[in-house]
Ligand binder design. Structure first.
Ligand SMILES: CCCCCCCCCC(=O)SCCNC(=O)CCNC(=O)[C@H](O)C(C)(C)COP(=O)(O)OP(=O)(O)OC[C@H]1O[C@@H](n2cnc3c(N)ncnc32)[C@H](O)[C@@H]1OP(=O)(O)O
Length: 194
């Protein structure tokens, strides 16, 4: 039973999301936005290494396999890890809007336990935009892409400038990212100058 908080309901003046003309085509794998990201980075051996793919509209699909390192209770995924999978999938919607946005609010329903070795099939879409506020929703299914819903979330992302990361991130990682040509290329996809 989901009891969504008022701040996750778009205001009356919200508009439908617009897919950016240069968004990756439906079916394209997005790749990691940052190699050290706990959600999607391939330089994080215990991370989720979630793989997201552009879908039609302003929507994403993603898959994540629960590893033994992701346990909470014996043999079951930790709820925080599942929330991370939802957060990462919802965050990947940024690629389709070509906006830089961070999670302001993430409300998660844990509907079924998710055992280790399970593939979680995620779908997320932007439902509305109001100024800097981006409203989105996601589900995670088990047993196949059409399987039972195990987790779901509603989220509010807030659009930020790239300075959000430069001003707040630890200088060591910020400097490394800014001197990495691959990272600069990914930042350019959002038409910003790191
Ligand atoms: C391709 C890239 C893929 C990226 C994938 C990333 C996946 C992972 C995503 C994440 O996990 S991001 C990391 C977790 N999030 C953060 O670290 C964000 C920490 N929070 C902040 O930095 C600031 O609170 C934030 C930037 C979100 C907002 O601060 P601001 O000063 O910029 O905005 P402000 O407080 O003026 O709020 C702007 C609007 O949003 C609303 N708002 C902000 N935070 C809210 C909140 N938490 N709940 C509800 N509403 C919120 C706020 O009420 C207001 O509404 P109105 O315009 O109608 O007045």
């Amino acid at each position: 039973m989901s009891g969504r908080t008022p701040s996750l309901t778009p205001p009356d003046d919200a508009t439908a999301p617009v897919r950016h003309p240069d968004a990756p085509p439906a079916g394209e794998l997005l790749g990691a936005h940052y190699a050290h990201c706990f959600g999607c980075g391939d330089a994080q051996p215990h991370g989720l290494q979630l793989q997201a793919r552009a879908a039609e509209g302003v929507a994403i699909t993603a898959e994540f396999t629960v590893k033994p390192e992701h346990q909470g209770a014996p043999g079951l995924a930790h709820g925080g890890v599942l929330a991370t999978a939802l957060d990462e999938t919802l965050g990947s919607l940024n690629w389709l809007l070509r906006a830089i946005a961070v999670t302001g609010r993430l409300e998660t329903d844990f509907v079924r336990p998710v055992p280790v070795d399970t593939v979680l099939y995620l779908e997320a879409e932007v439902t509305a935009v109001a100024g800097r506020k981006i409203y989105s929703t996601a589900v995670g299914r088990i047993g196949g892409p059409e399987g039972e819903i195990a987790v779901r979330a509603d989220a509010l992302f807030i659009e930020v400038k790239v300075d959000h990361f430069i001003d707040n991130g630890r200088p060591e990682e910020i400097n490394a990212a800014m001197s990495d040509p691959d990272q600069r290329r990914r930042a350019r996809a959002f038409e910003v100058n790191p």
